[in-house]
Design a protein around this ligand. Structure first.
Ligand SMILES: [Zn+2]
Ligand SMILES: [Zn+2]
Length: 447
């Protein structure tokens, strides 16, 4: 990270750990433990890559992750974890009770793939078809959740090898349907929380990662507070009055009104929101109205997405969208019905815990390879888990060292969700290492 916030405001135990473990004072004591983790990480790396390829070749859409969940459950059961399946439909929760008393910490991996046709030329490319919203679609792990599952399976093995010496309990959450359910029902994190995944025992912290094409292999990025945006869906129905296309004065044209609404909505982000407080995006992604050129239709329906990085700004944004849309329609004699469905909240990294975690991640990756992330306008339902316990979510680089990271169209590697999204598997090892360091450090922090 470019700058780690001061440790003021931390609980004494965490503050002490942050001070000690960010400097050299603990280096001698940490050395043997780090070496043990490293040996276990090295031993499991080949398996992590093999699991990732297997899962990649057999991707499953949200709430269909039956094969993936079984692969995970069999592995964790063999390692001695207490495994509970069917949590949040296809999710699972696994517990590893360490040999000594201590805190409970949760680690999360999402398991679902996307309706995308793979264009990456690898021998284990997906050829899978599945049903999504009633249609047959190609399926691909285009967001890298195959890597998340494989990494957490590797972490599970590393931690199991140290079980007798671990002070506390590790709770692994293998979550379905991060990309949504496809049928309007709740996403996977919400389903798991409803089924009690964040209770009994209740974790005191939750950690997770996401592979990112925006970073090279070996790099990590995180930021305190808002890391990823809230995501809400927008539906606007403009009701005019149907008439002949040659005589528009005979009715109220909802197409002209919808055009005015689209432009007026853009002035909310540029003119009505304090951009220094939160970036916001209002996108209209579909407009439907009319069926021939010489009839002014009765109604136009538009759909869009709303993103923000701050819950207060998010609420104000919703009000302004309603005001601007209804006012614009009213001025033309039309009526507007605005429906906003709240989706995932802002992914908020607990600031003191993030400051503390930065030290572990710098030790895992090398200080110069951990950077402060920019706010990302994509969303994540890790945010739902981070409402139940203080959370830290970070990005892990998977773009090959000789390629330019970043978004497609800006000259960089293909982004997450692209049919050409590519994972350099050399980056997976740091994921295992980083989550293992974080977990072992967290359990030992109060000693
Ligand atoms: Zn995604
Ligand atoms: Zn994802």
């Amino acid at each position: 990270m470019r700058s780690i916030p001061s440790v003021r405001g931390l609980s004494p135990a965490i503050a002490l750990a942050a001070v000690l473990w960010s400097g050299g004072a603990m280096a001698d004591q940490q050395g043997p433990l780090d070496a043990r983790i490293d040996a276990a990480v090295n031993a499991v790396e080949a398996k992590v890559i093999a699991w990732r390829r297997d899962i990649h070749q057999n991707p499953e859409l949200g709430y269909q992750e039956v094969r993936t969940a079984k692969l995970v459950a069999d592995h964790l059961t063999a390692l001695g974890y207490e495994v509970k399946t069917g949590v949040g439909r296809t999710g699972l929760v696994a517990l590893l009770r360490g040999g000594k008393p201590g805190p409970v910490v949760a680690l999360r991996a999402d398991m679902d793939a996307l309706p995308v046709k793979e264009e990456v030329d690898v021998p284990f490319a997906s050829k899978v078809l599945a049903t999504w919203r009633g249609q047959q679609v190609p399926v691909m792990h285009a967001c890298g959740h195959d890597a998340h599952v494989a990494i957490l399976m590797g972490v599970a093995e590393v931690l199991a090898s140290m079980r007798a010496d671990l002070p506390g309990t590790i709770k692994l959450l293998f979550q379905p349907a991060e990309e949504g359910s496809g049928d309007g029902s709740a996403g996977g994190a919400t389903s798991m929380v409803r089924d009690g995944a964040m209770q009994d025992p209740k974790p005191e912290a939750v950690f997770g990662l996401h592979v990112s094409s925006g970073l090279r292999v070996g790099e990590i990025a995180l930021r305190p507070a808002g890391l990823m945006a809230s995501s809400d869906s927008l539906r606007i129905e403009i009701k005019g009055s149907q008439t002949h296309g040659a005589m528009p004065w005979g009715g109220v044209d909802p197409i002209v009104v919808s055009a005015q609404v689209v432009l007026a909505l853009q002035t909310i982000a540029s003119r009505q929101i304090d951009v220094t407080r939160s970036p916001v995006v209002v996108t209209v992604g579909s407009i439907h109205g009319g069926n021939r050129g010489n009839i002014i239709p009765d109604t136009v329906v538009m759909e869009g997405t709303i993103r923000a990085h701050d819950e207060d700004v998010r609420n104000r944004l919703h009000e302004k969208i309603k005001t601007v849309t209804e006012g614009t329609a009213h001025a033309a004699g039309a009526e507007a019905k605005v429906t906003i469905n709240r989706g995932y909240p802002v992914t908020v990294n607990d600031p003191p815990l993030t400051a503390w975690a930065g030290a572990s991640l710098r030790r895992a990756a090398g200080a110069e390879r951990v950077q402060e992330s920019r706010p990302v306008m994509a969303s994540e339902d890790f945010s739902v888990l981070a409402r139940e316990a203080p959370g830290v979510f970070f990005f892990l680089g998977i773009t090959p060292a000789d390629k330019r990271p970043g978004a497609l169209g800006m000259g960089g590697a293909a982004p997450n969700h692209s049919p050409r999204f590519f994972i350099d598997e050399a980056g997976l090892k740091l994921g295992v290492r980083a989550l293992s360091f974080l977990t072992v450090d967290y359990l030992g922090r109060a000693k």
